[in-house]
Design a binder for this molecule. Sequence first.
Ligand SMILES: [Zn+2]
Length: 256
Amino acid sequence: MKIDWNRRTCARKGHVTYAPDDPRLRIRLHARTELGDIWRCLRCGDFTPGEPHGSGPASEAPLVPRGKVLRDLFVLRFLAVERALRGVFIVLVAVAVWKFSNSQDAVRRLFDEYLDVFRPVFRHFHHDLDHSPVVGSIQKAFGYRHSTLLVVAGVLLAYALIELIEAVGLWYAKRWAEYLTVVATAAFLPLEIYELTEHISWVKIATLTLNILAVLYILLTKRLFGLRGGRRKFDEERRSASLLEVEESAGVGHQA
Ligand SMILES: [Zn+2]
């Protein structure tokens, strides 16, 4: 199924019309009907009744993202939301680790008390709590030094910060954020692959797949690191996708 990103966006945000000063361009974007003036939308190309939203020289017409550019914006915003959620989650984990580091002994006492209460219950179901891997790893956490836990909380917080900065930048389609996302995400890929060799889970596979796709998608569509013509080509493509530019290159400017 092919999604018409232009019409979708116009349905949500409304059309964008512009009256260029140049009469040769104007005539292409404007028509007079019995019901009044109609102007052609710079995004979807449909004619819409009413006054134009702006007017002036063609060079000052708003650069309206269209087609593929719109689709890219949509994908980037999806990634931004995903990154924001992950960032917030990791902040919560970091806070939990920090709080735990401050009250390790109290939590340990509480945990041991609960363990004493539940031990007979679990034994009844032939489950030995003292050899359970979950209980084991929790008890191991009690053995960590206060400073180690603080370092862990700090590293988690730094990672969360990167994710949140990526989220904001991707939302506004900033080029630095695309670089940051590609570099930071790619840097963590070896770790994610290593994690999979230790223990396979669907969440890990889904995260790894999403991250690899995100890196490739941003690299290629945004032409980072000079790929596919780089920045120059990217800007060119954006400009040529603007309807007013299309009208101009359709030879309107050369007819005089
Ligand atoms: Zn429109």
